[in-house]
Design a protein around this ligand. Structure first.
Ligand code: ADP
Ligand code: ADP
Length: 224
């Protein structure tokens, strides 16, 4: 089954904005897939539906062969989402955020995995700090770590490098490549062609809530 299958997805917000206007996408297991589009194209709406933060007006979404509606909890466990807006409890430490999040997913003995994520995302020396003491970059690293705590086979990163400095962008790009090598399916949104080019095997271009192009990166570059 596809890692992500989106069929005929429509989202109309109250007030009449059509954020998604019939989106079809199929992402295979193990791919790094970019969703490229300008602000307002519908990227976050698409992610919010897959994350089950909001519901679609019409259409269907399945992950690894299971429709979201068929089994909301099981499908949530299969997906890790790195949202664009960073929402971290200011009073917890970095380590506590990860341990607590593992707890939500029912992992009792997550500490080895948490320590490894702290290490991999360059958070180990900040693990004891409360999140309100963190820089924006450190918060971004923690948000990525949090989305991986339940070891999902699919991770979706919403504009992972928007507003980050060059060093963090480089680290996040390297991290995405590592995930790919480990067999994790990665979907990322970006409005930055160079990022799609650096990371993705295939890309969908989305505009005004529609997929206007979906192709291997190499084909797409030849057409510019
Ligand atoms: P981006 O374009 O980078 O995804 P936005 O500024 O469009 O970010 O959206 C930020 C947040 O505000 C999102 O959670 C989105 O759902 C919400 N949002 C965006 N536009 C509206 C709107 N017109 N009314 C209510 N919420 C909105
Ligand atoms: P992107 O992530 O590509 O910037 P979004 O999915 O955030 O796009 O937004 C797509 C469209 O939907 C925009 O016109 C935005 O203003 C609108 N929108 C997003 N969230 C909301 C919301 N919660 N309520 C109303 N309109 C929204």
């Amino acid at each position: 089954a596809a890692a992500l299958l989106v069929e005929g997805l429509v989202k109309r917000y109250k007030g009449g904005i059509t954020a998604l206007d019939g989106v079809d996408l199929r992402v295979e297991p193990g791919e790094v897939f970019a969703i490229l589009g300008p602000n307002g194209a519908g990227k976050s709406t698409l992610i919010n539906i897959v994350a089950q933060i909001t519901t679609a007006t019409a259409g269907a979404v399945a992950v690894f062969g299971t429709a979201l509606q068929q089994d909301p909890l099981a499908t949530k466990r299969l997906v890790g989402i790195t949202p664009q807006e960073i929402a971290l409890d200011p009073f917890f430490t970095v380590r506590e955020v990860l341990v607590n999040h593992a707890g939500y997913y029912g992992f009792r003995d997550a500490s080895a995995h948490v320590e490894r994520l702290l290490e991999r995302l360059g958070l180990a020396e900040h693990a004891h700090k409360r999140t309100r003491q963190l820089s924006g970059g450190m918060k971004r690293r923690l948000t990525v770590a949090k989305s991986l705590v339940h070891q999902p086979p699919l991770i979706i990163l919403d504009e992972p490098t928007a507003g980050v400095d060059v060093a963090l962008r480089r680290d996040l790009w390297a991290f995405v490549s590592e995930l790919h090598q480990e067999g994790v399916t990665v979907i990322l949104t970006t409005h930055y062609l160079e990022e799609a080019q650096a990371l993705a095997g295939r890309v969908a271009i989305i505009n005004h809530g529609r997929v206007v192009r979906c192709a291997p990166m190499s084909q797409l570059l030849n057409s510019f």
